[in-house]
Design a protein around this ligand. Structure first.
Ligand code: ADP
Ligand code: MG
Length: 351
């Protein structure tokens, strides 16, 4: 439905977006995930023409535009199909919730006030704010203001909603609730979401597709499972959660060595004896008696985390992180096994 090809954007000498390619399917939630300064907001602003891209092409519903030469008429037409939800809500302080939502309908769409009110009330109902139509932003909590901002973007019936860290200012509990509600709204209304966040857990929870960005480049695009289980490089592996990353050698297809041992794995297609990096998630290490383990490790530290114990284990001079529901004791020697499916191989490329 919406494609972006080779989008480039600089601010002076600062090359913020370095050739972004995206292909967004109708009805999908696409999470754009990256640390602060990676270019997420700039990407979203370019997609809504709040920022002028230096180069690149956009194809929206089969209509192709050259972003560097886009006309006002094209921007106007494309903007009608997209909505934008800002991180800081951007509500008018001197207008009520209802007036904030009707404003665009009355002014930009020249709708009569009666009809606009009706549509706005329905949208506020939908986000659970039907009983606060007459409240001013200062009388609403952060979460409630964000609901109003979302209602305001929904009344234009956008095909794509661009959301810039929409829950970033909320506390953890409220954020979790709003994540579920946003997902519900998205399903009910079948709107495509492009959802920017720096929170990897939020990205995995909310989306069908995760786009991992770093320094203006896309590092990987994939389903949450793909990104988590098959990170393409060390940056993605580290960004997306705790993981053990160790140097290894790909002996041949389906066989990798690390920590002085050979392990069966499911990866192939590397050069014989190619140096690689091996990723193992903390929850994927089986703890066994030392004599039964391929690797042995010395437990340094054990921290209770509620659902599991987090253990820091010394394996041949390298610290491993292991999550287990059973606690070992600091100072204990343990055996460690890792199944072929739990071993993920990456090229040893620089990122
Ligand atoms: P993110 O949203 O991922 O935190 P941004 O897209 O906001 O990142 O910013 C990416 C980089 O571009 C940052 O280094 C930021 O300082 C810079 N930047 C963003 N907007 C402007 C601007 N209007 N003028 C100059 N530099 C900018
Ligand atoms: Mg930002």
């Amino acid at each position: 439905m919406l494609e972006i090809h080779d989008l480039q954007k600089s601010f002076g000498d600062l090359h913020v977006l370095r050739g972004i390619n995206l292909n967004i399917q109708k009805g999908d939630v696409v999470a754009v995930l990256g640390s602060s300064g990676s270019g997420k907001t700039t990407l979203l602003r370019c997609m809504n023409f709040l920022e002028h891209a230096d180069a690149g092409t956009m194809v929206f519903d089969g209509q192709q535009v050259e972003l560097s030469r886009i006309t006002h008429a094209q921007i106007h037409a494309l903007r009608r199909r997209t909505g934008f939800v800002f991180q800081n809500y951007n509500l008018f302080a001197n207008k009520t919730a209802l007036q904030n939502v009707t404003e665009g309908l009355v002014i930009a769409r020249k709708m009569d006030k009666h009809q606009a009110d009706e549509i706005a009330r329905a949208a506020l109902d939908k986000v659970g704010m039907g009983d606060r139509c007459d409240h001013y932003p200062s009388q609403l909590s952060g979460g409630q203001q964000q609901r109003v901002a979302i209602a305001r973007s929904l009344v234009n019936q956008p095909r794509v909603l661009l959301l810039d860290e929409p829950l970033g200012a909320l506390d953890l509990k409220l954020r979790k609730e709003m994540q579920l509600e946003l997902k519900r709204l998205q399903r009910e209304m079948n709107i495509t979401f492009v959802y920017v966040t720096h929170d990897q857990e939020e990205a995995l929870t909310m989306s069908d597709t995760v786009v991992v960005m770093n320094k203006g480049n896309i590092q990987q695009i994939g389903s949450p499972q793909d990104i988590y289980n098959e990170p393409r490089n060390a940056f993605v592996a580290k960004f997306i959660g705790d993981s053990n990353i160790v140097d290894g050698i790909m002996e041949k297809d389906f066989l990798v060595s690390f920590g002085g041992q050979e392990f069966a794995c499911v990866d192939r297609g590397f050069k014989p004896r190619e140096p690689v990096q091996v990723v193992v998630r903390p929850e994927d290490v089986d703890i066994v008696p030392p004599s039964a383990g391929k690797l042995t490790g010395l437990v340094r530290e054990v921290i209770f985390k509620g659902v599991h114990f987090e253990m820091h284990v010394d394996v041949e001079g390298k610290e491993w992180l292991i999550h287990s529901t059973q606690a070992s004791q600091p100072g204990e020697l343990i055996g460690m096994n890792i199944g072929p499916d739990e071993i993920h191989i990456m090229s040893r490329e620089e990122v």
